[in-house]
Ligand binder design. Structure first.
Ligand code: NAD
Length: 326
């Protein structure tokens, strides 16, 4: 097998490259470097700089490297930006995927893994979100992920491609400080950013119907997430191919809720800066609770997250300090 990893120079993509090469898989990365960092990749991993929207380039890369499976992570991922620029998000996330799937089908590739998101569910009022929980995304980013899943399954059926869609919950942490998330779009780096600016962390709403009144989320260590990709790739290798298709859509979380207040307290302990958080009004669209059922992943991928929230925060903090000296 040779795997093309799109978005391979990104935060999660670089961890997927690391997990897959560490397990002996041959990979090449493709990234337009709009948010990717080439230094995240080992020197011996080929990196093609280009876009998932460039069909001719994709055809060439798939043929030249004799690619036999694709892990597609390349996408735009900022919810607020997707509300402001929906056409761009549909074009890049859905259009880029369609272009890639066309090249994949044309090259006769029979294995495809797609980065989806818990954003497909919107704000369901359930204790644990299972894969059967209705998908009602509440922003264009989530819509592009749901439309992406539909497209992946349809292309799989039409062209005999075995497919897996992984719905990630809240990703945090780093395998090494160099691979840490450098963006400030998720809650952990957002709190680090506040502390670095000598400002108190912010909590949006403490009057939700949750044990401590703050929102509850399911955090997953990026190294566990990367191992889930390896497990899914191995499943595709053993079940896909020879026209034998089949699709699997699965949550990737820990199945355990952590409140924003618990997370902020932990960040205070790890960073040594435990100043009290500022409680601000609720943000529109925030669900009180979003926690995965992790049962299907355990059953179908034989994968379960191993790392806890403290390990996520500690590794993320080390990475933050490397990228923000002083
Ligand atoms: N980080 C999270 O919490 C989270 C949660 C759920 C799902 N996801 C999904 O995981 C994937 C990776 O996210 P990430 O956090 O690593 O983000 P990231 O921005 O670090 O990585 C995305 C990578 O894709 C590249 N890219 C973007 N558009 C491209 C295009 N059209 N062609 C080629 N390369 C392109 C970027 O340069 C970047 O390196 C995305 O699909 C995202 O939607 C992330």
């Amino acid at each position: 097998m040779t795997w093309l990893i799109t978005g391979g120079a990104g935060y999660i993509g670089a961890h997927v490259v690391r997990a897959m090469t560490g397990a002996g898989e041959r990979v090449i990365a493709l990234d337009d470097l709009s948010a990717g960092v080439p230094a995240r990749l080992p020197d011996d991993i080929p990196l093609v700089q280009g876009s998932s929207l460039d069909g001719e380039l994709l055809k060439r890369v798939l043929a030249e490297h004799a690619v036999t499976g694709v892990v597609h992570l390349a996408a735009r991922k900022q919810v607020g930006e997707s509300v402001a620029q929906p056409t761009r998000y549909y074009q890049e996330n859905v259009g880029g995927l369609a272009t890639l799937l066309e090249a994949v089908a044309g090259a006769g590739i029979e294995r495809f893994l797609f980065s989806s998101s818990a954003a497909v569910y919107g704000n369901p009022d359930v204790d644990l979100i299972t894969e059967d929980t209705p998908c009602v995304p509440v922003n264009p980013y989530g819509e592009t992920k749901l439309a992406g899943e539909w497209l992946v399954r349809a292309a799989g059926r039409a062209h005999g491609i075995a497919t897996v869609c992984l719905r990630y919950f809240n990703v945090a942490g780093a395998a090494t400080p160099e691979l840490a998330d450098t963006g400030v779009f998720n809650v952990v780096p957002m709190v680090f950013d506040r502390l670095t600016r000598d400002e108190a962390p912010r909590i949006f709403g403490d009057d939700y119907p949750t044990p401590d009144g703050t929102c509850v989320r399911d955090y997953i260590h990026v190294s566990d997430l990367a191992e889930a990709h390896l497990a899914a790739a191995r499943r595709l290798t053993s079940t896909g191919g020879s026209g034998g298709s089949g699709d699997l859509t699965v949550n990737i979380g820990r199945g355990e809720g952590v409140s924003v207040r618990e997370l902020v307290t932990l960040i205070g302990e790890v960073s040594g800066d435990s100043r009290p958080a500022l409680v601000e009004p609720r943000r529109p669209g925030d669900a009180p609770r979003a926690v995965a059922s992790a049962a299907l992943a355990a059953e179908k991928l034989e994968w379960t997250a191993r790392r806890g929230v403290r390990e996520m925060v500690e590794s993320a903090w080390e990475g933050w300090r490397l990228h923000h000296p002083g």
